[in-house]
Structures are given as C-alpha cells and as structure tokens.
Design a protein around this ligand. Sequence first.
Ligand code: ADP
Ligand code: SF4
Ligand code: SF4
Length: 606
Amino acid sequence: MYKMVRVAVIDYELCHPDKCGIPCIRFCPINKTKPYKAIEISSEKKGKPIIYEDKCIACGICIKKCPFKAIRIVNLPEEIEENLIHRYAQNGFKLYGLPVPIKGKIVGVLGPNGAGKTTAMKILSGGIIPNLGDYTSAPSIDRVLDKFRGTIFYDYFKKLYAKELKVVHKIQYIELIPSYIRKGTVREILDKVDERKMKKDVIEFLNMELMLDKDVSILSGGELQKLAIAVALLRDGNIYIFDEPSSYLDLKERLNMAITLRELLPMDSYIFVVDHDLMLLDYLADQIVITYGVPGVYGIFSKVYSTNSGIDYYLNGYLPSENMKIRDEAVSFKFHETREEFTYIEKTGEVLCSWSDLVKKLDNFVLTVEHGEVHRGEVIGIVGPNAIGKTTFIRILVGELTPDEGFTTSTALKLSYKPQYLKRKIDSCITVEECLKDINREALNEDHWLYQEVIKRLGVDRLFKKEIENLSGGELQKFYVAQTLIRDADIYLLDEPSSHIDVEDQLSVARAIKKIARLRKAAIFVVDHNFLLIDYAVDRLMTFIGIPTKKGYGKSPTTVGKAFNELLKELGLTVRRDKESGRPRINKPGSYLDRYQRELGMFFYY
Ligand code: ADP
Ligand code: SF4
Ligand code: SF4
C-alpha cells in the first residue's frame, strides 16, 4: 500500500465566507470530534479558511458543502514529493518536475491549462525562484542548486542565476502589446530590437512586408502575433520561450511560423514552445513534454518523449514511461468515411436555408460565394485566412446584409455570435453567473439540458463566482462559447473557439457544438484555424480563398476531406492521416510522402 500525501487547494477568488454561512468549517467531522482543527478561518487569508493537510482526512464533506466549489482535495503517492518544485502558498497549487531543457532542440510543451506550464516557464526563465514547496521562507538559489546537483538542471540554473543565460519570452497574451508599446510602427519596433541583425530575413520569412508601416495600435490579432514572434527572433538570447505562438494565425501563417522558428532560431540555445495546436507542435517540435494532474490543484511534468510518440500518448491518455493514465478516454480521429455524422445530413435532410451564388461589395472588399444550403442540426466548418469575408457571408445568411447579386431563402433568422476578439468588460454584469443569467436563466438550472450539455461540459459551472475581468484566456473563451450556445437561435457562428483553450477543452467545445446543433435543430458555423478541432467537430466544410481585405471567394459546403484538399492545394501543403491514430499530420515539404501526394493530387490524404 502506497503512503499518500494530501493536497488541499482553496481557490480564494471563489471563496466568499460572507455569503455562504461557512459550512466547510461547521460540518468538518474533525473539527466536531477532535481537540484540533482540520479547517479554520485564518487572519492571514483575510477571514477565509485554511485547511491543515496533515489533519484533514479527505472525507470530502467541505468540498460538497461549499456552494462556490472553492475547495479541492486530492491524495497523491508520497514518493512524488521528492519532485516537488514549487508551491505558491498554503493551500495553493503544487508543481512537480520541470520540462527538461535540451540545447539545440525545440521542446514542445503540451498539457491542459492550469497544470503549471506558465509556472514552469517562469521558473526556467528565472522569473520565479522555486521554493521547493517551502512557501514560508524566502526562496534560495543555493537550495535550488543543491536540489538539482548531479542533474541536467544544475548547470542550467547555475548559469541562469549567474546571468550567463539571457531569456527571450514571446508572451501568451499578445492583445496586451499595444497597451505597453502604445506608439510606433512595426518597422520602428523591429529596428529597435534587431540585436541579431536578421530583420530582413525575419520580415521575409513571416511575410510582414505589408504591415511594416502600420502603427502598433491598429494591428489585427494575427499581425500582433507575427510582430511578437519577430521581436523574439531578433533578440539575442540563450533561452527562447514561445507561449502560444499559433493564436490568431491562420493555417498557412502557422506553418510559416513553424518554418521560420526552425530556420532562424539560434540552434545552440534552449527553446520551449507551449501550444495547444497539436498539428503545429507535431511539425515544429523535436521533443515533447506533457503536463498532467488536476488543473488548479497540482501539475506534473512527464519525461521527454519523441514528438510523434508524445502526441500519440497524450491523445491516448496514457504515458508509458510513467505508467500513468492521464485521461479516462482516448481521443481518436475517425476517417471521415466511417463517421456517423457523414450520413447525418442524408438521414435528416431538412434544409434550414439555402442561397444562390452571391456577390456583396463593401467599400474596397468584394465577396463572392457559391450557392449552397445548410440543414437543421448541421455543423459547418469554415476555413480560410482572416479578413476574407467569412463573417460577411453569415451576416448575409441571417439577413443583416443584403447581397448585391443573388438571394437567400432565409427570412430574419436569429443569430447567436461569438466574435474572435473577446471583451473583458461587459457593462451590465460582473460575474460569470450574472452574465449567463442575463442571457438564459434556465440554462443555469442543474436539471436543464443546457446546463448538462454546455455549462457543465465546458466546466463553466466552476467559474460562476469569478469576475469576467479576472478570467484566464482559456476561461474567458469557454465563458463566451457557453454564452453563445445557451442563447436561443437558428444560426450560430463561433469565430475561433479554439483560441487559448487546451486540447481537452477543444474536444468538449466540439461535443457541445454538435449537441446543440442536433438538439436545437439549428445550424452552427465554426470558423477556426485549428485543423484538429474542425476535423473533430464538423459535418461539412466551406473553404474561403482570395486576397484578405480585397476579395474573398467562398466555395459551396462539401465533405471535410474534399474541402481540406482544396484548401491545402491552395496553400501548397500536403497533410496525411496518421495510420494508427487517424490524426492529421503535415508532411515535411519535399519528403517522399509530400511528393507522392502532390503527384496524386491528394493534398489531404484521408
Ligand atoms: P498553465 O500555464 O499550465 O495554464 P499555470 O502555471 O498558469 O498553468 O497555473 C497553475 C496553477 O497555479 C493555477 O491554478 C494558477 O491559478 C496557480 N497560480 C499561478 N500563479 C499563481 C500565483 N502567483 N499565486 C498563486 N497561485 C498561482
Ligand atoms: Fe474536514 Fe478535510 Fe473532511 Fe474537509 S475534507 S471536511 S477539511 S476532514
Ligand atoms: Fe464558504 Fe466555500 Fe469559502 Fe468555505 S470554502 S468559506 S464554504 S465559500
């Protein structure tokens, strides 16, 4: 029998002793029957409770009694404590292990949000000196070096703390860039940071010519992302950390970014890439480390795996070197021909609306769309670059815009829309619960189907008491997806629902989308650049091609296989399905498979 340690975590943002009557303390059996306490109010925590892990017996009563779901308690095998790297505070998150830095290799970091990736990156970049679990005294460099003596980390931390390693960090939330750079064109910013004298190459590789004279304040999400990546590449560093470099980039730009990093990063440096786009990591990383655990409670870093095996293990939910199950079910990507959804439309067939060939002119932009129809209960994916007319098309469909040529059969369909950029301030409400109640009060009733299919499935119930302003990027995305899906509508449009959310949540979002479409007999359009989410979620697919901001061309909806094939042909890329897992994988340009598929005209081999 293993000896266990207890990890009790309280999310103090959710804890409101003034509103709950403190049942966690009143009902604790240890408090009631023993001369000592397992949980009590602490003045250090400003009148909120603390749990003494050595006294608590993990009966779970306080977890159930807390109306705000603020408490979580898990038991872990005691031997894991040897790997404890950092604990933020008493009853705070615990981090075990770190991703191994390997000089000259791109290490991909994969895992759910809240499992410690950011914490680990802060430690590896020197932003946090790990306290090895002792949060009561000041962290000490000597203790860290002692801990790692004889391991690969010793040399790394010794040099890092002696300032012999310079860290370059591409931050996750690029939306914040304009607020601290404020003024200046892209060209001026690049001029200032070009320590490696590679400006010309970086601009060319990332296709930045057209944005050079734009002021930073007017850049789109994709442009900001490219700027942030370019700035990181131009800095002369020894440790490079890229946190979510794929957000806001379309498929072509993602691939370009991967090629750019591979070509232009100094290969005698340490490189970490944290991202949730598995197809990108598959293409970009040399090795993979996986975090697992219970988000917000504890996170563990796995050993280093080869990229291909690491991604497969992650999807299968089992890590062989650790002998650890990290998920109850495996994620599999079915070949489209065998999908139940494939025949869904043929079985039900009720058309919600149809459209003829359409043309719409807006200032300097012209959109042309081929005729098509959408069925009740159907999920249609839309792929293509940004600013190519995808939203304009949906606005025509629901009657918000009138086409210059052509017609639709729809009359005033109700639209529920989730935009790409998410506001952190909603004027009429503060907490997640209040904002959701304003939209559909019934959906917050635990017995209601929307609660089960959307709120609970996306884990938004855990966020009820949080303020919108304080949500992490992934939490904010899930809140907006939930808000959009609980609305009563005929047509739903979700623009980039995969942004900032981890693979687990991408799958939950995909399932929620499909359920809502089927149960409401509505049509849901999903615009996304994440191949995996699209592949998993949609029945049919529309491709948009053209010249962004100038002219767009939308093709009729078709099968996922055909549409991907068209898109990839346009992008000059070939993608195959992995023989075993069925997951889509980008072929290395010029490789045997790449040449073979091109010859056959099968840009997507499905
Ligand atoms: P990831 O990057 O994998 O999403 P993080 O490292 O950001 O994970 O967070 C892991 C956990 O640590 C989360 O529960 C988060 O709330 C907690 N955490 C992060 N920063 C702090 C902090 N300064 N104080 C206390 N807890 C923190
Ligand atoms: Fe008390 Fe621990 Fe049980 Fe909570 S889990 S009620 S703190 S013994
Ligand atoms: Fe109330 Fe829950 Fe906080 Fe306990 S943990 S004081 S029950 S909100």
